[in-house]
Design a protein around this ligand. Structure first.
Ligand code: SF4
Ligand code: SF4
Length: 203
């Protein structure tokens, strides 16, 4: 019977190859495990992690967004839709002339690059560390202004309401307004064509 030809550099391939394979397995057994038990155990993200956006407020509750659309122009994924509108003395959402009436971010498009927050001139738009944005519906991935607007903190009154008496827009950006003026109440919103609720009329 003819002898099997030996491959160059391999003395006994039939024996060594399976052992070499197990060698890889044994080495991996003693390495640090990378498996994460998500979602049971959630890791804290880095402080500057780019997560879901937030529309911020001034310390008295007025909105920082002025509806300028710079964030939408800066977005490479065309994920932001903004419609600005004029504030009035009867219905004021931000200290200046304009505010963001409609604000939407489409998270089916957003790549969380952060260019929009760099473009925002008022620091109205920032990013949180929230990363659980997955959804099975495209419609649910379009976040509205109501979803993106920051919650009310102590000293804040929900918009619309008047600016702090005796101040102007500049005072807000200089940090001179630190909370809502005593007695500040939410104004009744009527200019959007919505009928005010009885609760708002009575307030
Ligand atoms: S993070 Fe980037 S992709 Fe997402 S909305 Fe902002 S600019 Fe657009
Ligand atoms: S979030 Fe900032 S950049 Fe975007 S519309 Fe509002 S103020 Fe302008």
């Amino acid at each position: 019977m003819a002898e099997e030809p030996k491959e160059a550099g391999h003395t006994s391939p039939g024996f060594q190859n399976p052992v070499a394979g197990f060698g890889v397995t044994f080495k991996a057994m003693f390495k640090k495990r990378l498996t994460e038990q998500y979602p049971e155990q959630r890791k804290t993200t880095a402080p500057r992690f780019h997560g879901r956006h937030q529309l911020n407020r001034h310390p008295d509750g007025l909105e920082k967004c002025i509806g300028c659309e710079l964030c939408a122009w800066a977005c490479p994924a065309d994920a932001i839709y903004v419609e600005g509108a004029d504030n009035t003395d009867e219905e004021r959402y931000s200290p200046g002339e304009r505010y963001g009436r409609v604000y939407q971010i489409n998270y089916a498009r957003c790549i969380l690059c952060g260019l929009c927050i760099e473009a925002c001139p008022t620091r109205a738009l920032t990013m949180t560390n929230e990363f659980e944005l997955a959804d099975s519906s495209r419609a649910n991935l379009i976040y509205t202004k109501e979803q993106l607007l920051a919650g009310l903190e102590e000293g804040m009154v929900d918009t619309p309401h008047a600016i702090y008496p005796g101040t102007d827009e500049q005072a807000y950006y200089r940090g001179l307004v630190t909370e809502a003026a005593p007695g500040t109440e939410r104004q009744v919103a009527v200019s959007k064509g919505e009928e005010p609720s009885q609760e708002e009329v009575d307030a």
